[in-house]
Design a protein around this ligand. Structure first.
Ligand SMILES: [Cu+2]
Length: 350
């Protein structure tokens, strides 16, 4: 009988490890490895510290195991030595894990203490993020009309280089707010206000967020985007969001027909708000400046005309389980749906 060799399993293990490492290098929009805020930088350094510590332990333990498996494998004519207890070993393997855990616990606790006591700057942007099954609402304190709140949904705009303080709430079940490149993850709990550590986004870009606590059938489709932009772009967006009276679309245009569908024929205005118009419903996401959105369906699809049309005609074919909003395929004509989409997409910063 040929002697069993370890070459093949070893090669297999090495190949699997190479694949895993290679896949980890793929770009992913939900990676913690590309931080774009001061808080995310700190999370990454803690993450690296713990990963390195865990890897050292893993290599030592697996290495020792491999050595023992090979060195003491069954061989003809050799009898296993019988041992009863070994105090030195017992003490060593009790103390070693304690040291490792203490080494991880100290920086972790320091991090928690400093992050939970970080002061909110005077000029910080104050946002309340509220979880709904299955979308996010964002309210900016003091940036709305007459110093009131400014409401938007599913896409949060933030100026680069300014501190942001976000308070988390939920109206139904427990959700969790997580933007790996910026901040999180922290639960959004009904009847409770959780606070995120104030953070400063330090890179312009679009960052992906995701509900990170299972919250029902459409949990995986409960996403959002954060647009970190220049202060000028942010100010322009805020000013346009606050426009008190939006000019009526040209009579007879697709936009004008779409506005009528939105406010009258489709009843969309019963659930949705578009600031500066008659639409003031509060059941669904605020759709003010919907034309600036890059996504539809709480971050799940690019906001192309086609996707918005598919959403309005039958949102549950796009997002199974979505709540409250009716299917309009049977009650509105294709032309009416196309018009309402044209109207929504025309709501832009000029
Ligand atoms: Cu959720």
């Amino acid at each position: 009988m040929p002697r069993p060799t370890l070459i093949r399993p070893t090669l297999l293990a090495v190949a699997l490890m190479a694949i895993a490492v290679g896949m980890a290098a793929c770009t992913s929009p939900l990676t913690t490895f590309e931080p774009a805020s001061d808080a995310a930088d700190r999370i990454l350094s803690l993450y690296i510290l713990i990963t390195v510590a865990a890897s050292i332990v893993g290599i030592l333990v697996l290495g020792a195991m491999a050595y023992i498996l090979i060195k003491f494998r069954a061989r003809p004519g050799r009898k296993a030595q019988q041992i009863h207890g070994n105090n030195k070993l017992e003490i060593a393997w009790t103390i070693a894990p304690i040291l490792v855990l203490v080494a991880i616990a100290i920086p972790t606790m320091v991090w928690i203490a400093t992050s939970s006591s970080r002061a909110v700057a005077d000029d910080a942007i104050l946002v309340t993020a509220t979880g709904y099954q299955w979308w996010f609402e964002f309210e900016y304190e003091g940036l709305g009309p007459d110093g009131g709140t400014l409401v938007t949904a599913n896409e949060l705009h933030l100026p680069v280089g300014r501190q942001v303080a976000i308070e988390l709430r939920s109206v139904d079940v427990i959700h969790s707010f997580w933007v790996p490149a910026l901040i999180g993850k922290t639960d959004m709990v009904p009847n409770r206000e959780n606070r995120l550590e104030p953070f400063v986004p330090n890179e312009i870009g679009e960052f992906w967020g995701q509900c990170a606590e299972f919250c029902g059938v459409a949990h995986a489709n409960m996403r959002f985007r954060v647009h970190v932009e220049s202060l000028a772009d942010f100010d322009a967006w805020v000013a346009e969001m606050n426009e008190q009276t939006r000019a009526d679309p040209e009579p007879g245009s697709a936009e004008a027909r779409g506005k009528r569908v939105f406010e009258v024929l489709g009843g969309c205005a019963a659930c949705h708000t578009i600031a500066g118009t008659a639409a003031a419903g509060r059941i669904g996401p605020d759709l003010t400046l919907f034309g600036e959105r890059t996504t539809v369906g709480a971050g799940i699809l690019p906001a192309t005309d086609e996707n918005v049309r598919a959403w309005v005609s039958d949102l549950r074919s796009v997002k199974p389980g979505a709540r409250f909003m009716p299917t309009f395929a049977d009650t509105l004509s294709e032309a009416q749906i196309a018009d309402v989409v044209t109207y929504l997409k025309s709501l832009r910063v000029p």
